[in-house]
Design a protein around this ligand. Structure first.
Ligand SMILES: [Zn+2]
Length: 445
């Protein structure tokens, strides 16, 4: 079970602020080398407005406190083409207590079941891996939702997660989980205690890890000779083509494409065996990695990887100019939205926001939408209600408040859920209210 709502919702913010205040760790550092290839040839290409950590919602008693805003600039590696943030907020602060719980999202639970089934089907094709029971290790294992599925299939499992609240919860539910970060030292410890892993999984966690080199070293140590490492990350091709620029915030350090991943893995004795696009969280990339010294890549895998890289190149993602143009496109949208909102406000219309996801922090800051424009934001999640948005301190209230008599316009900040929000709140539009959807194209409904 979750801790009480009060503890849960304050903890993330509290951990960060306390650790920084007590100087137990540097709050932030700036990388000078590419996270994948270590080149120093990093070019800042997309500058978004500095923000505090996007998920650090503020409890009422701390609302007078001013949070630090950190730069939010995407840099492009001119050596390997990898896009990344170089401003890094300390991971212990962001992840030692985590409020996102995989098991609470039915979409994520069924996604992870499909993931496990695919992984096992794939593993069955490798004869020497079939020596059941398989040992499956996952880092960033959250509450153990994925490992539970593997357990049901008869596998031995071990999770690794830095969030104390989540690893404790997983252990209580019978999913053995070590609390910590995955790196070469952790890999050695696991190998000593459990032996090598047939499958290593990592879902939407690699882009959160500043020291990716350590992860790759750890994989090399822990993966059995015929084992498979499957990792899933947000796909820059989707982020760019769908203009999901607000998914750029400090927790997401990397914006992955196939080309630089394929090129870097052999340096660590690994190789990208297969990759495919997955329709989750706006669009993701699922990569299959093996040791470099196994048999040659099948021709169809080579062709498929080449086709993905061709699509990335066609979108311009291997070229820094694309990012400068993207920045201009985002700024133009911001100007249009801000002028719409201030026009409505000057006409005496009350505007509120809908949805307080982490990405709203990026959008609000970058477009200059403050509490002077949005009277409040509503959110379906009771854990966020009663808190204030990071930095801007816009109050987050229950959803029913959009039916307050004076509310004329609702700006949908969780715009990827626009369809379900609109259908759930037809009553609002029928009563004369209007919704504003900011992305991917600005429209009023
Ligand atoms: Zn690089």
């Amino acid at each position: 079970m979750l801790r009480t709502g009060e503890q849960e919702r304050y903890a993330n913010y509290g951990t960060l602020e306390c650790n920084i205040a007590s100087n137990r760790m540097p709050a932030h550092h700036v990388r000078t080398k590419c996270r994948l290839c270590s080149s120093t040839d990093l070019l800042p290409v997309l500058s978004l407005t500095s923000t505090p950590p996007a998920n650090a919602f503020v409890p009422p008693e701390l609302v007078k406190h001013t949070e630090t805003a950190y730069p939010l600039t995407v840099s492009f590696c001119q050596s390997c083409t990898h896009a990344q943030l170089v401003d890094v907020i300390c991971a212990e602060a962001l992840f030692s207590h985590y409020v996102y719980v995989s098991g609470t999202s039915s979409v994520m639970v069924s996604h992870l079941r499909e993931y496990a089934e695919e992984a096992l089907k794939y593993a069955e094709k490798v004869p020497s891996v079939r020596s059941c029971p398989l040992f499956v290790c996952e880092f960033g294992s959250n509450d153990g939702t994925l490992l539970k599925v593997f357990q049901e299939f008869g596998c031995n499992v071990l999770g690794v997660d830095p969030a104390q609240n989540l690893s404790q919860r997983a252990n209580e539910q019978g999913i053995p989980t070590w609390c910590g970060f995955f790196n070469s030292e952790m890999a050695e410890r696991i190998k000593t205690e459990h032996g090598v892993a047939d499958l290593i999984c990592a879902n939407h966690v690699c882009a959160h890890i500043d020291d990716f080199e350590e992860v790759l070293k750890g994989i090399k140590i822990l993966l059995s000779t015929t084992g498979i490492w499957i990792f899933e990350v947000g796909y820059l091709l989707d982020v760019y083509t769908k203009n999901l620029f607000d998914t750029i915030y400090h927790e997401h350090l990397d914006f992955h494409t196939v080309l630089p991943i394929r090129r870097i893995l052999p340096e660590y004795g690994l190789r990208l065996y297969m990759a495919r696009r997955v329709n989750i969280q706006g669009g993701a990339l699922r990569c299959y990695v093996q040791h470099d010294d196994s048999s040659p890549l099948p021709r169809e895998n080579l062709a498929q990887l080449a086709e993905m890289e061709r699509l990335e190149a066609a979108a311009g993602l291997h070229n820094s100019i694309t990012f400068f143009q993207w920045e201009a496109r985002i700024s133009q949208l911001g100007l249009e939205l801000l002028s719409l909102l201030t026009g409505l406000q000057n006409a005496g219309k009350k505007i509120v926001g809908y949805g307080a996801p982490a990405k709203a922090t990026t959008l609000l800051y970058h477009f200059g939408i403050t509490e002077k424009i949005l009277s409040f934001i509503v959110d379906d999640n009771p854990l966020k209600q009663g808190l204030y948005t990071p930095g801007l301190h816009i109050p987050v209230l229950p959803v029913e408040r959009i039916y307050d008599p004076n509310v004329a316009y609702v700006l949908i900040l969780a715009w990827n859920f626009s369809d379900s929000i609109l259908s759930k709140h037809q009553r609002f539009t029928e009563a004369g209210g209007r919704f504003i959807v900011p992305l991917p194209n600005l429209k009023i409904i």
